[in-house]
Design a protein around this ligand. Sequence first.
Ligand SMILES: [Zn+2]
Ligand SMILES: [Zn+2]
Length: 338
Amino acid sequence: MHFDGALGDEQARPVAAARLAARARGAQGDVLSRLTNRCLAEALFDPRHPLTRAVPVNNGASVSPLPSSWPEPSGDLVAFVTRHGKQRLAAQGLSELGLHLVHLDGPDTDLLGTFTRERPREGTALDAARTKLAWGFEHAPHARFALASEGSFGPHPQLPWVAAGHELVLLKDRRTGLELRGEDLSEDTNFGAETVESLEEANDFARRHGFPEHALIVGPHKGVASAEQLEALVQGALALGPVWLETDMRAHLNPTRQRSILRAMGRCFQALASRCPRCHWPGVVVTGSLPGLPCETCQTPTRLPRALLRRCTVCGVTLEEPAPLAVAPAARCDQCNP
Ligand SMILES: [Zn+2]
Ligand SMILES: [Zn+2]
């Protein structure tokens, strides 16, 4: 948001205010439609998420032809290009896999798009993540693996009135071309944007969006994380008219997003740790579940899963394994608890 030319000019104020309000409204529409169309719609939804149906995951397409056997990693390097502290989220998981993180502070990942209106992302989250992988390999020539993370925010793909966040994590093996992914789709997000016309409205927006643990963006000011700073910026901007507020979705300022990234990373690292019983490669991922877990009281099949379906992304074999629970609580049974 620009405040050019309007400061201190009494006559220009109503015009500037109307212009800012129109810009804010337009921008909000832009942000939401862009996010709906480009990001969440193309996401492969987390099949374990109660709100999503199972979608087969197949990222085996990019890995042929493969060597005949998987070269086991041993102390290999993992290049991770990130500017917003996400290396801290990856370090432990990688070290448990016997891998070493190489954090690369550049190139500037904001060039691929920012969550604010300065630079909309071109293309999909997958495109952006793959560009980051390529940067990692380019800037860390000794790294066998590259890691990339990309977040998207907008209306939930099945429940458009609910905000949702989608985190995509990719891990690629330079030696074999194997690309593994982990995702997290969650309505546990503080994503939001609003035009406010008073300090009370601004404080209300802040309260509803996890402030001050989660930072806000006030007009052109990012990373606003104290009540004093928020009040000063909002009061200053209100002199010109309505003020555009949005949540700062950069990972280091957003603990809710950090948790979602951790879940996506966990799934990606689990895929690397897995071994397919048929081809012996990593890349076995949960792709869905079979409903019908019997009720503990009346044995009627419920909607809870009786089995989990896993699929090898390399050879495509589907594996069925029993769900963690043997029986469903009667509270979840349509017969016992209609
Ligand atoms: Zn029952
Ligand atoms: Zn396999």
